[in-house]
Design a protein around this ligand. Sequence first.
Ligand SMILES: Nc1ncnc2c1ncn2[C@@H]1O[C@H](COP(=O)(O)OP(=O)(O)O)[C@@H](O)[C@H]1O
Ligand SMILES: [Mg+2]
Length: 395
Amino acid sequence: MGTHISRVPMKFIFGKPVDEPFDRENEIKQLVEMMNRRQPVAIIGVRRIGKTSVILKSLKIIETPKVYLSVEDFIEGKSFDLVSFLSLYSSLLITNTLNYVDPKRKISQIVKQKGKELLDKLRELIGYVKLSFNINLVEVEVFLNSVKRGGVKESIPQVLELPERLAEEFGLNTIVVAIDEFQYLKLASQNYPGIFHLLRSKWQFHNKVSYVISGSSVGLLEKIFYDKKEPFYQFFFPIYVKQFDKNTSFNFLKQGFRDEGKDYEDNALLLAIEELDGIPAWLNYFGLKSLQCNEVTSECAKKVIEDITFNDPIVRGIIQEEYNKLGKNARIILKYLAEKGGKGDLKGLELSRASINEGLKSLLGSGYIVKEERGKYAIIDPVIVKVLKSSTQII
Ligand SMILES: Nc1ncnc2c1ncn2[C@@H]1O[C@H](COP(=O)(O)OP(=O)(O)O)[C@@H](O)[C@H]1O
Ligand SMILES: [Mg+2]
């Protein structure tokens, strides 16, 4: 008789963060540890690698009030809706703190019982901010007043104090604030110059708040805290989320197919790993699509990968959308590298030196390529390479 460790059967999932990230125990443990000691952390890694999954799982583990927001949800075209962002930020902070302090009771009951006292407290906490409350059964909704010119700008500093004030007020050791796709806050600096300076100037004095930021724009984020001239210089402890190595990818697919009750050939899995290069989202997608085969044979794997490369509207849609967001020079360079098989130099590319530099800077900043050696670059995501290479439509 051996010991039987029960575990939740693994399911291939594509498109949303996963509840039980495979093989990310170390990253999660480290993040929870950092949050507990209130060390600011940056979670860095390219798209589809599992950053959000790691953050959400860690937030689930840590027993403090916590808020999670993704800046990406507040982007409209090339601008950023700071008022909505800060309104949701305040609402979540207040709601989650109240729920934490008194988990058994609905917020409306808390308000009813403590009523005036509580509202006064909240007003006092964010007193200078022009805002209104909507308190219903389960949440407190805060509306910032943006009617007056400059009104919101003046209230940002107070809103940024909110987590620290709440922690003090309710005698809490830690409140966790996680902000995903943080680099997009740069867009806010068009309307609110100095927003990063302001954040740093507040966050560095908060003793009761754990700040976690994250993002896919690897180069941009690294600049934010490795560059002496940047306000967040040396502020964050970085945790990198990387591709699965070959062994982990193999075990991931193996366990997935086993738990799905699907027979497979080892060679089929090796083939997929070779083609998809340890990016968890694509491994899941491969897994899901392969469920159509009676058995996951090499032939099945080849067919599925071909299908992903040439025919799949979802994959095409994702890559087209990301491609559209890039500037013209970046697009030309990315396509050029894809046609070369994903890596190489840029000799023969008909672009001016200045345009090449601009395009490279953008691609490196947004985490689509890495510099391999002098003058040589490589696209990180093998599926981007395949789709761009095979497509005459994506331009
Ligand atoms: N550790 C993991 N185990 C299993 N699947 C994962 C893991 N990490 C990521 N994925 C897959 O990648 C997709 C994207 O994950 P997500 O956490 O949103 O990545 P990111 O935030 O880095 O873009 C998920 O839908 C899932 O298919
Ligand atoms: Mg994410």
